[in-house]
Design a binder for this molecule. Structure first.
Ligand code: IVH
Length: 668
């Protein structure tokens, strides 16, 4: 049992860590070294491990690590979370000011607080006696979802409020915007692109997608941040002005945006808008306007709410970054995953200060829905910091000479079939050798869960493809040492290591090979299923959709994708080339006896389960070979306890090392 002293120590540590966290992440002004911070964290972790009764979900050790949820719990906001009425121009803003005065029956100027209108997601946090107890989305304004475990992963959200200078209220409901900085957003998309994952359209979507994760460990990896700007219910503290509220937030450790301003009248508020418009592009995050709020909270409550919008606030929106121009051409662009995006080539036009000459049309459905044709006059916009898009065509400018567009059924880059799978918006090129997809495909082919070709990193793949040395995955098996050694920054030894790794990859289980092919919708697990059910590559290449859907776990989308993949002539050729290059996948069960055919094993150390002789006999009975010394010809070194120099040698040569259990799994 934790003694009082231990309880106090844990409490002290938590408070101190939370405070230093705030200094570091919110103020960007740490008072202690990272090492000192880490030391406190480790001490707390140890205490909590030794005394499980100290568990507290708001301990700084618990930010990450909550288990995934099945679904989010519903939360009813004590006070509804409203939305804002919009003003599009100065006239509408002055009308707002007039309305406020008329409603209040006041002649004099109204004091306003002006803030950035952040483009993220509204959330509400509830603190009871300083402890974070609920964190929810806005939802429909009345009911939201409790996403507290995701919000806890955001380092600038205090798990407990700081009460050093201003005592924390009994209860505080505080609202803010979760957002992603533009840089972080770009990085995230870059990573997703490399993994062949769907890209986020803009930072707002990325932030939203990140918060909606049922598994908080995913949210934890996303660069999210928060600014607080609003109040729900407060018990045990009185505010009279919104400005006072904003200035109190940092004392409790809550981040408020430093660009907010108190304005004496509406002219000053309009001046603020003009200033911020100038700064907009240089801010690290996206905003879509400014918010003008009546400062006095008494006046706010007198003004009240009308149709879900408070009468005391207005969103003064920036003009959408839209312009009108003409579509000269539509070109199909093949992305790294084979998705084909129709891109409009435009008569160049300046939108929001930047000249654009291309805009995305997303996919065929969008083209059809918007009825956009070549030669059309269209409205284009820059949505945040991403690729410009075509919003709509201008019907009144139609001349009759416009031409409809249809994504071609052959890939414009490689000529392979273009298909559109069920339930997908995108058309895709399914060519295995498509240069547009090649780097991604090769990386996937060589990845650990696929053919596991060690050393084939991003840079090397880029070099091989850009120099035309590898035109499809089969090309890897035709590389020579001279080819590789000729590359920039490639030592002889690394060239040899890579060749060895490529050589070793020739014998991989069928499932890994299927996965390596990167057939759409066929991931690691389904590859296993297909391998076990179909047993051989030749069966797989002849299988029909009916046969596939008869397999448990295989749905019509997968079936269609598999059949189309293996029907494509180019893909068939590449598989043939792979086989000619010596690729001999190990097919499950077809020939049980020859399971280890072509593989050479070395044993070292003391085995527990088998004697050396038994192990050797077993390998030979499955048509494998054994050797006494480790050389490059060896495929696996099986290591028992107290292994000798053979183990070291295997590691040096990069030969796959198996434990005795792994070996048993392999032969059983
Ligand atoms: S005040 C009743 N302040 O805009 C007041 N909202 O259209 C409602 N937003 O859902 C919120 N920055 O997601 C307020 N400084 C700011 C804001 C802001 C962004 C968002 C928020 C809200 C939406 C209202």
């Amino acid at each position: 049992m934790a003694t009082d002293a231990i309880n106090r120590r844990a409490k002290r540590l938590r408070e101190a860590i939370e405070y230093h966290n705030y200094r570091y992440y919110v103020l960007d002004d740490p008072e202690i070294s990272d090492a000192e911070y880490d030391r406190m964290m480790r001490e707390l972790e140890k205490l909590e491990a030794d005394y499980p009764e100290l568990y507290d979900p708001n301990s700084p050790t618990q930010r990450i690590g909550a288990p995934p949820l099945e679904e989010f719990e519903a939360v009813t906001h004590t006070i509804p979370m409203l939305s804002l009425a919009n003003g599009q121009n100065e006239i509408e803003v002055r009308e707002f000011d007039q309305r406020v005065k008329r409603f209040l029956g006041m002649d004099g100027d109204i004091t306003y607080v002006t803030e950035l209108k952040l483009d993220g997601l509204a959330v509400e946090l509830v603190y009871e006696r300083g402890d974070l107890v609920v964190g929810s989305t806005r939802g429909d304004g009345v009911n939201g979802e409790n996403i507290i475990q995701n919000l806890r992963t955001i380092k600038t959200i205090p798990l407990t409020l700081i009460g050093k200078e201003i005592p924390v209220p009994e209860r505080l409901e505080v609202r803010g915007e979760v957002y992603m900085e533009v840089e972080g957003f770009k990085e995230l998309n870059k990573k997703r692109e490399a993994l062949g994952e769907r890209l986020f359209a803009n930072p707002r979507n990325a932030a939203a997608g990140s918060l909606r994760q049922l598994d908080p460990s995913i949210t934890a990896g996303r660069p999210l941040n928060i600014f607080f700007y609003g109040l729900g219910e407060v018990v045990g503290h009185t505010f009279t002005m919104h400005w006072q509220f904003l200035n109190t937030l940092p004392h409790w450790g809550l981040r408020a945006n430093p660009l907010a301003r108190q304005c004496q009248d509406i002219d000053e508020a309009i001046g603020y808008y003009n200033e911020i418009s100038q700064q907009r592009e240089s801010l690290p995050y996206e905003i879509d306007g400014v918010v003008i709020k009546v400062d006095d909270l008494d006046l706010q409550s007198r003004l009240g709410v009308i149709s879900r919008n408070p009468r005391w606030a207005l969103a003064y929106k920036f003009k959408p970054k839209q312009e009108t121009t003409k579509i000269l051409k539509i070109i199909p662009q093949v992305g790294r995953t084979g998705a084909i995006t129709p891109v409009a080539e435009l008569e160049p036009v300046r939108v929001g200060g930047i000249e654009i000459s291309r805009a995305t049309l997303h996919n065929q459905d969008e083209i059809d829905k918007k009825d956009v044709r070549i030669g059309d006059t269209v409205i284009v916009q820059r949505a945040g910091d991403v690729i410009p898009e075509v919003v709509k065509m201008v019907e009144s400018k139609r001349t009759g000479g416009e031409r409809r567009y249809q994504i071609p059924d052959r890939c414009p880059v490689c000529g392979a079939d273009v298909v559109r799978l069920e339930n997908e918006a995108a058309h895709r090129c399914i060519g295995l050798s498509c240069p547009a997809q090649l780097k991604g495909r090769i990386k996937h082919f060589a990845s650990k869960r696929a053919m596991d070709i060690d050393g084939l990193g991003d840079k090397l793949v880029a070099q091989l493809v850009d120099n035309g040395m590898v035109r499809d995955v089969a090309g890897l098996y035709h590389l020579s040492k001279e080819d590789l050694a000729g590359l920039e920054r490639m030592a002889d030894k690394s060239a040899q290591n890579i060749l060895d790794a490529i050589e070793r990859s020739k014998k991989k289980p069928l499932a890994k090979f299927i996965y390596a092919l990167g057939v759409r919708h066929v991931g690691g697990h389904l590859s296993e299923v297909l391998a076990n059910e179909l047993k051989s590559l030749s069966n797989l290449s002849r299988v029909t959709e009916e046969e596939l859907v008869a397999i448990k776990e295989v749905g019509p989308e997968v079936a269609q994708s598999v059949v189309r993949f293996f029907r494509d002539q180019q893909n068939r050729k590449i598989i043939e080339r792979l086989q000619k290059a010596g690729l001999a996948v190990i097919e499950p069960g077809v020939d049980e006896v020859a399971k280890l055919k072509g593989l050479t094993f070395v044993f070292t150390g003391t085995l527990e389960f088998f004697s050396r002789d038994e192990a050797r006999d077993l390998v030979e009975s499955l048509e494998g070979k054994t050797a006494s010394g480790v050389s490059k010809k060896v495929d696996y070194v099986v290591v028992g306890s107290d292994p000798g120099s053979k183990y070291e040698r295997a590691k040096e040569l990069g030969i796959t090392v198996l434990t005795e259990n792994q070996f048993r799994e392999m032969v059983e």
